[in-house]
Design a protein around this ligand. Structure first.
Ligand SMILES: Nc1ncnc2c1ncn2[C@@H]1O[C@H](COP(=O)(O)OP(=O)(O)O)[C@@H](O)[C@H]1O
Ligand SMILES: [Mg+2]
Length: 243
């Protein structure tokens, strides 16, 4: 992986300041709408996040934020360009290898929590550990430890409907951290919470980042939440700008 500075499409100088955990190189994403029409969602995106950073991606609805986060997280692959995670080019990996990167290196948090409704908090957090072919942890022990870390050791046996939005997001964060990822990605992780709970969740992410040496990258509409991150980038019409 190259580490020298380069100029992106928006003519922003990207100067690496440490080891890059995310490096997106000139990616485009096109989708076919029908036989004649295609839509260019991302149009030459360059983006870098260094280890330990906490970065906010902002931008209008429909600008391509979720699509880009999905490419960084290995949920989807770009039409052209490269995505490096920890120096590994994941843009051309097959689904099986991609799934391994997702399970081991990346944790995801979503706006609507996406917990399994029939499982308790403890069982939800145990799930990704049980899915791992070579688990590094004992599922129940690890899940208890993580739920304690997010302040929910008194809610282990509650199902999602028995928890508040803020509590459900804490469970989702614990689940995202189950296999000790280096990178936590959040797509509007506070989008369904009031401002008080949003700030609490952001403080939790900042605290986990510090304690676990995580790198955090979140999409947010909330300028107050974005201002609490180290750095902000803006998605506009499929291109990313610093600031
Ligand atoms: N699979 C797809 N097929 C067609 N259009 C899509 C697809 N995925 C995203 N889009 C469109 O691409 C644009 C960007 O979507 P998205 O990345 O979800 O934006 P954001 O998260 O910033 O709101 C939107 O106009 C959306 O409708
Ligand atoms: Mg979105």
């Amino acid at each position: 992986m190259q580490t020298e500075p380069f100029i992106n499409e928006s003519k922003t100088l990207l100067q690496p300041s440490g080891p890059a955990i995310i490096e997106v190189r000139n990616i485009t994403k096109e989708v076919k709408l029908n036989r004649e029409q295609k839509l260019t969602i991302l149009n030459g995106v360059n983006f870098q996040v260094n280890q330990g950073e906490m970065v906010a991606i902002v931008g209008a609805s429909g600008s391509g934020k979720t699509t880009m986060l999905g490419l960084i997280g290995g949920l989807d692959t770009p039409t052209t360009g490269q995505v490096f995670i920890n120096g590994q080019d994941i843009s051309k990996l097959k689904e099986k290898q991609l799934a391994q990167v997702r399970n081991r290196t990346i944790g995801f948090v979503f706006q609507f929590f996406n917990l399994v409704p029939t499982l308790t908090a403890l069982e939800n957090v145990m799930l990704p550990i049980q899915f791992d072919k070579k688990p590094q942890f004992k599922p129940e022990e690890r899940a208890r430890e993580l739920l304690d870390m997010v302040g929910l050791s008194h809610r282990l046996n509650n199902r999602p409907t028995q928890l508040s939005g803020g509590e459900q997001q804490r469970v989702a964060i614990a689940r995202a951290l189950a296999n000790q990822p280096a990178l936590l990605l959040g797509d509007e992780p506070t989008g369904n919470l009031d401002s008080h709970r949003s700030q609490e969740i952001l403080e939790l992410l900042a605290d986990l980042r510090r304690r676990l040496g995580l790198t955090v990258c979140i999409v947010t509409h909330d300028s107050k939440i974005a201002s609490l991150c180290d750095r902000r980038v803006t998605m506009k019409d499929g291109v990313l700008y610093e600031g």
